[in-house]
Each structure stands twice: as C-alpha cells, then as structure tokens.
Design a binder for this molecule. Structure first.
Ligand code: NAD
Ligand code: WQD
Length: 337
C-alpha cells in the first residue's frame, strides 16, 4: 500500500515509517515539524534506504491537504499528527482542540473526496479517564484534561463519519505508555524542553542533562507506593499499526478499537532500577509530592488486540531501557537542528 503517515517525523510515526517500508509499503510523510525536526527524515532515509517524500505543512490547511491528495496516490492513512502534552493542553485548550480536531477534519475530508477509505488513528489510554486498571475497550470513554478530550472527541468524530460513509474503515488504537527506541540508536524520542514523561526524563538524568529524577509520590496504593504504568516498546507499538492496517482490509464493521499495551504494569522505581541496569550504575532520584491528575495504576487488557490483530508485544522493560539508553547516549542532545 501507499500509506500517508501524518506526524511521520514524530516519535511513534518515525518508528512506524521504518516498519512500513520494511514490510514493503510505500510511505508519504506529512508533518509541520511543530514537535520534531527535519533531520529525522535523513535518519529515516538512512535506515530504510529509500527516498521518502515529505510534505511540510500544517494539516489544518484544507487547501494544502486537498492538493496533497490530488497529487499523490494514497491507499491508507496513519494519523499521528497532533499535540500531546497534557499539562500544556490545560494552559492552551483552544490550541489543542484546534490542532487535534483540525488535522482530523482536513484529513478525513480529503480522504472522502479522493476515495481513500482506511485510516489508523492514534488514540490513547487517556480516554479511559480515571478508570485505567485492566482497561478493556468497552469501557465508557472520558477525560480529565483538554488533551484527553481531543482524543475522546476524535474517536467520536470518526465513528460518526463511519456511519455516514459505510465504506470507510477506521482503527482506533489506544496506546498505553510508549517508550524505547529503534535498535540502531539512530531514532528515538526527542522531547523539546523539559521532558514531561518518565523514561525520557530518566534518560536525560543518565546522560547528565538533568540533575536527578523527581519521583511524583511514593504513597500510592501500589506495590512500592509509586505510580504503575503499562510501558510499551515503541517498536511493538509500531508493529501494532501494521497489524491494524492489515485488519482494516478485511473488516466487516466500520470501526475497530484496540488497546495497545502489554497488560503488565511497572512502577516508577522499578523503571528507574531497570534503567540503572541498562546504564550500569545508580541514578539520583528524590521523592516529591504527587503530580496533579495522576492515577495510581494504569494498564491495558490487550486480549482484543492479541486475538483480532494477531499482534502481541515481545519486548521487556529491560529492552525498553537498553534501547532508550543506546539512543540517548548516541544523541545526548537529540536530533541535530
Ligand atoms: P510527536 O509529537 O513526537 O509526533 C507528532 C508529530 O505530529 C510531530 O512530528 C509534529 O510535528 C506533528 N504535528 C503536530 N501537529 C501537526 C499539524 N497541525 N500538522 C502537521 N503535523 C503536525 O508525538 P508522538 O509521541 O509520536 O505521538 C503521536 C500520536 O500518538 C499523537 O497523536 C499522540 O497524541 C498519540 N499518543 C502518544 C502517546 C505518547 O505517550 N507518546 C500516548 C498515546 C497517544
Ligand atoms: C508515568 C509515571 C508519573 C515523570 C502520559 C499522558 C498520557 C499518555 C502517556 C498520550 C507516573 C511518574 C513521571 C517524572 C515521575 N500520553 N513520573 N517523575 O502520566 O502515565 O501518561 O503520557 O496520550 O495521556 O498523561 O506518563 O511518563 O508522564 O508518567 O515520577 O519526572 O511516572 O507520576 O506515575 P503518564 P508519564
């Protein structure tokens, strides 16, 4: 297939591009580099050995999106583009609603006009709201911040479009906590500014960019008192997109919803210790107060994806840390400007 990857220069998109090309698909990238750098594409071309067409524009621009679909043959879309920082979304709600919903409107409009009927969408475990333990796909959706609401809303918009256009097929993939990097160490997560997420923060402590990890609370009702999450290796996550793309071709129902997680939870301290094993020495940390809005425990029930997509995770928490560390060591300041 010829697959348009929106947000293909971003963290999860870039890893998925490599797997798409390896599986024999052709890739077209659209990204405005709002949260990524053009040099990612050079790394992707080196890894895949292919020239990758890149359209650098804001997907909210309907005219440019229309022109892209008019000029490129496209069989399917994987839609990663969006803003994703929970805290920032509380400060900038309109930007989040505009960007995340606007990119989806442009893409789906152009798909309809050009007869493109398959889309894989980046949803999130955040749509389970506060109800995050052993989450199954049939749970009611909810959110606790504007970012989360954009995911709930985009899921609903796609369901409504599917009702109005019965030929369309949508995969809503609810990711848990993606971490890790490509085994080459040439692509990985490159947060701009202070990392919001645990593993990128630990990686920057390990490489000397940050002094110590702040552990947000050790008084949760969990194994060791720190928050537990379902961390999924980005390579397993990328493989889930290829499985979903295949599934869209044979699906009777218009919308499929799948959790992409391991089904296991790891605490903050367990993750810190796994990273220390990867690095080979202890890393400084301090326990501080809880972070507002955090739940104690979040993990997926991935059985539906295992059964229906023929997909399962294969990589351990230690793999996630070893691969993150290889990437961070080789690129202490992330991708070049
Ligand atoms: P990312 O920020 O690394 O990648 C997103 C990409 O989209 C970036 O390259 C950015 O420049 C691009 N983009 C943003 N707005 C755009 C616009 N208007 N037009 C064109 N390009 C635009 O994020 P990621 O971690 O790779 O996440 C990808 C998707 O997965 C997002 O939709 C995110 O909400 C979702 N998701 C991420 C996580 C996570 O923890 N990383 C978890 C669940 C869901
Ligand atoms: C994990 C654990 C923290 C940083 C977020 C979004 C979610 C999804 C994935 C997109 C928690 C603790 C963290 C630190 C810490 N994104 N922590 N010190 O909050 O589960 O999920 O990213 O959809 O929507 O909310 O991930 O990596 O921020 O936190 O102690 O410096 O690590 O309290 O227990 P989270 P995270």
């Amino acid at each position: 297939m010829r697959v348009l990857v929106s947000g293909g220069a971003g963290y999860i998109g870039s890893h998925t591009v490599v797997q798409l090309v390896a599986a024999g698909h052709e890739v077209v990238i659209v990204d405005n580099f709002a949260n990524s750098k053009p040099s990612v594409v050079n790394r992707l071309e080196a890894l895949t050995g292919e020239h990758l067409p890149v359209h650098a524009f804001d997907l909210r621009d309907h005219d440019k999106t229309e022109l892209l679909f008019a000029n490129e043959h496209i069989d399917a879309v994987i839609h990663f583009a969006g803003l994703k920082a929970v805290g920032e979304s509380v400060e900038l709600p309109l930007e989040y609603y505009e960007n995340n919903l606007g990119t989806t409107f442009s893409l789906v409009r152009a798909m309809q006009r050009h007869g493109v009927d398959k889309l894989v969408f980046s949803s999130s475990a955040t749509v389970y709201g506060l109800d995050q333990e052993a989450a199954t796909e049939d749970r009611p959706t909810s959110a606790t911040n504007p970012y989360g609401w954009t995911k709930v809303m985009q899921e609903q918009i796609l369901r409504d479009v599917a009702v109005a256009n019965p030929a369309m097929r949508f995969a809503l993939l609810r990711y848990f906590n993606p971490v890790g990097a490509h085994v080459s160490g040439t692509i990985g997560e490159d947060p701009q500014g202070i990392p919001n997420n645990l593993v990128p923060y630990i990686a920057q402590v390990a490489v000397g960019r940050r002094e110590y990890l702040s552990v947000y609370g050790d008084d949760y009702p969990t194994r060791d008192g720190t928050g537990e999450r379902d961390y999924i290796h980005v390579e397993d996550l990328a493989a889930g997109h290829l499985a979903a793309l295949t599934r869209l071709g044979t699906m009777d129902e218009p919308v499929g919803v799948w959790n992409l997680g391991t089904g296991r939870s790891t605490s903050v301290l367990e993750m810190l210790h796994a990273f220390e094993r990867a690095v080979g020495h202890e890393l400084p940390h301090r326990v501080v107060g809880r972070r507002a809005g955090d739940v104690a425990v979040s993990y997926a029930d991935p059985h539906k994806a295992n059964a229906e997509l023929g997909w399962a995770t294969t990589r351990s928490v230690d793999d996630m840390c070893v691969d993150t560390w290889r990437w961070q060591q080789a690129n202490p300041n992330g991708f070049p400007d």
